[in-house]
Design a protein around this ligand. Structure first.
Ligand code: URA
Length: 436
């Protein structure tokens, strides 16, 4: 078997390691026989030379096996999950869990916290006072049995190797490798015994993958590895060159998700991306059913059934009756509102969505360092979408904050021009993409 230095040297030369070599190397790391500095050097070599598909598969296996996950009881329902690579205003998970549970699926999603400039579902839902998201195995099972879904976060026991590798990657500039991202995401997701998995890979200025081409490479890698584990998988590529929905923040995003769950009208992109993900989840959950899932999903929203399920879920997870009765008040944005106006007339050409994520961090809605406490109140409200015409002085965005702000604190985010920008489809299906 190769030593740690030999593994690093081999990857530096672009050689492919065998499954056995990788198992010994990552196993040795978990046992303390490979040092953090050696693993960091190896990860950098991977970032420069990439992982072959066979190596990505082997690393995914190592991550799954490093945890103590137990196969979940499925209570006679198809087990379905979704994952998003993250963005700004990315809130479909809050709608999808109760909605898919109403359709008869079991959705054991383990959500995460914010990462970099992107928000996390766990942080958003903490805007609901008293809501618990960390459960023992038995408690999690009970909640899933009762409601078909639960808002849960990952315990320390799942995918231990990923926890250690991710912490190293975060501080050594080694996050952006397709192979490492694939194994990190799927190592966690496939630790649950899933029948189907829907992946939402974001591209654009507010995503980790800035270009469509990069996102497509990641999408293909995720699809290949996930299906080779025998999990039915669909991958959507969705646009993050502008935030998803009318609102971005924490409490305000839960509020927007609740509006959709109540069947109220919500921003078109948010609605369509969420419904496309929901349809994919239904196709994977009920592969022999050829019915029009969209119609049935819409019915669950309009009838109030999905919202009822959401309220039942949060009540079962610690939200008091008083909290539930005052949710709209609790999740409303704070009183200070600064309006960002168009400096000139023209078409809204570009939105620096990454800068919007950073602005939310400045407002306290995200973390600068791991130990920062989140302010769940601040939020951004988008009055215009890319490609729309704006008159000089018209509002483009409202910034809601817990303290009074000055316009000089808002970075340049929007570019306006005389020509409309190119705006095309914002939802792409990987498999249909391959057919083109
Ligand atoms: N999300 C993950 O879980 N892992 C990565 O490596 C990147 C995004």
């Amino acid at each position: 078997m190769k030593t740690a230095v030999e593994m690093i040297e081999a990857k530096k030369r672009g050689q492919t390691a065998s499954r056995e070599e990788l198992r010994a190397f990552f196993g040795g790391y978990m046992e303390g026989k490979v040092a953090d500095y050696q693993m960091s050097a190896y990860l950098m070599a991977v970032c420069l030379n990439g992982l072959e598909p066979s190596e990505t598969l082997a690393l995914t296996e190592c991550i799954i096996e490093s945890g103590t996950s137990r196969p979940r009881e499925n209570f006679g329902r198809p087990v379905i999950d979704k994952h998003s690579t993250g963005g700004v205003g990315d809130k479909p998970t809050i709608v999808l869990l109760p909605l898919l549970a109403c359709m008869g699926a079991l959705v054991p999603t383990l959500a995460g916290r914010g990462l970099g400039h992107t928000g996390g579902t766990v942080d958003k839902l903490e805007a609901i006072p008293g809501l618990r998201q960390m459960f023992s195995w038995e408690e999690g099972q009970r909640l899933l049995k009762e409601n078909g879904a639960a808002f849960m976060t990952q315990s320390d026991e799942v995918a231990r190797l990923d926890k250690r590798l991710y912490a190293l990657r975060d501080v050594t500039g080694t996050v952006d490798s397709i192979g490492l991202i694939t194994s990190s995401i799927l190592g966690k997701k496939l630790s649950e015994s899933l029948d189907g998995l829907v992946l939402d890979v974001k591209y654009g200025s507010g995503a980790f993958m800035r270009t469509f081409e990069e996102a497509e490479k990641l999408a293909r890698s995720l699809h290949k590895v996930s299906t080779s584990f025998g999990v039915r998988t669909e991958v959507l590529l969705t646009d993050m060159n502008e935030p998803l929905g009318e609102w971005a923040g924490n409490g305000v995003e839960v509020m927007e998700a609740m509006r959709m769950l109540r069947g109220e009208k919500t921003e078109e992109r948010f609605y369509n991306v969420t419904m496309s993900l929901a349809e994919s989840m239904c196709r994977l959950a009920f592969p022999n059913d050829r019915k029009d899932f969209r119609k049935e999903l819409e019915q669950k929203l309009k009838s109030g059934e999905a919202y009822e399920r959401f309220l039942k879920m949060i009540s079962g997870q610690g939200a008091s009756a008083e909290t539930v009765s005052k949710l709209d008040e609790i999740l409303a944005p704070p009183e200070h509102c600064l309006v960002v106006k168009a400096p000139e007339s023209g078409y809204l050409r570009e939105i620096d969505t990454f800068a919007l994520g950073k602005l939310l961090i400045t407002l306290g809605a995200g973390r600068k360092v791991l130990t920062d406490k989140i302010d769940h109140k601040p939020g951004l409200r988008f009055k215009l979408r890319r490609g729309e015409y704006v008159d000089k002085g018209e509002a483009i965005m409202e910034v809601y904050s817990s303290r009074a702000l000055d316009i000089s604190e808002i970075p340049e985010i929007f570019s306006i021009g005389l020509e409309p920008p190119e705006t095309g489809e914002y939802i792409h299906h990987l498999n249909k993409q391959a057919e083109k």
